[in-house]
Design a protein around this ligand. Structure first.
Ligand code: SF4
Length: 288
């Protein structure tokens, strides 16, 4: 694992994500190295091979300073805009314990009492360190990505990320601390279709931890993502391999959506964006 310090040129970046105005990514690269990660395209900005995603992290050591400056320059009418931390890295991966860049960005927002919505999304319970700042932000939400209630299932997809059970415990702790939370269930693991009891278990655990708002996303099967994922899935049992091959069909996705919709209703949750997030460009294959 390589950690490389660098100087960034900007911190607050306009976002192409639906419902998000700006993103802040204090790091380039991500130690968690998930097999399904869509952010691997960032490797070309730091001239690293895609295959080594998860093996390096570029630390933007001046990101807090840049962010403070950009925030100070933000016109008053823009201060209602939403800020998301982070879109192409995990803001609470291991390097954050030392560099505290995510914390620095949140401190700046708390100092300014930034009135727009601010959200973080991570796979790490390290975010609990910043509860003091979350409390100070007027419109704040903390999210954890949880792809499975069973550690063994996600282990081969998210090799270096903290186990899902710890993420669910972090959600519980945030809820108990009175912080507004959400869970990001994505990507939906394709073999949930064959083993829907696993998805039921995940939703039951989330509900039990006090989660009321969820985003749910289908697997993004774009070519560059599939290339990495296929190599991991190839080592899995036949059932899993077949489910991943099917995952690009509309029929498969419709079945997953049906299961999700029943679970959302059963647990009285809010499905954010009103639907499972999909990636139309990956839905190119129909079942023969
Ligand atoms: S935690 Fe997020 S950014 Fe990091 S490797 Fe996994 S999917 Fe990619």
């Amino acid at each position: 694992m390589r950690v490389i310090e660098m100087e960034a040129r900007s911190a607050l970046v306009k976002s192409g994500l639906g419902g998000v105005d700006y993103v802040v990514n204090p790091y380039t690269g991500c130690r968690f190295g998930c097999a399904y990660c869509y952010a691997t395209f960032m490797s070309r900005y730091v001239s690293e091979p895609v295959e080594e995603w998860g093996e390096y992290v570029y630390v933007k050591r001046n990101v807090v300073e840049l962010f403070e400056r950009e925030l100070a320059r933000m016109r008053p009418e823009r201060r209602t805009r939403s800020i998301f931390i982070s879109s192409v890295t995990d803001p609470y991966q291991g390097a954050e314990a030392k560099y505290r860049l995510t914390r620095g960005v949140l401190e700046a927002l708390a100092r300014e009492q930034y009135p727009g919505s601010v959200a973080v999304l991570t796979k790490s319970p390290m975010l609990l360190r910043d509860i003091d700042l979350f409390r100070e932000l007027p419109d704040f939400e903390a999210g954890l990505t949880v792809t499975s209630g069973e550690d063994e299932i996600s282990r081969w997809l998210e090799v270096h990320a903290p186990p899902p059970r710890r993420r669910i415990e972090a959600l519980r702790a945030l809820n108990e601390a009175g912080i507004r939370t959400y869970a990001f269930v994505g990507p939906l693991v394709p073999h949930f279709v064959e083993r829907s009891e696993l998805l039921e278990d995940l939703f039951a655990r989330l509900a039990e931890a006090g989660v009321r708002r969820v985003y749910v996303e289908h697997l993004n099967a774009k070519g560059y993502i599939r290339k990495r994922l296929d190599a991991v899935v190839a080592k899995q049992p036949e059932l899993v391999r077949a489910a991943y091959a099917e995952a690009r069909t509309r029929e498969h996705r419709a079945r997953l959506e049906q299961i999700v919709s029943e679970l959302i209703e059963r647990h009285g949750m809010e499905l954010r964006l009103g639907a499972v997030i999909d990636h139309p460009e990956s839905e190119t294959r129909r079942r023969p």
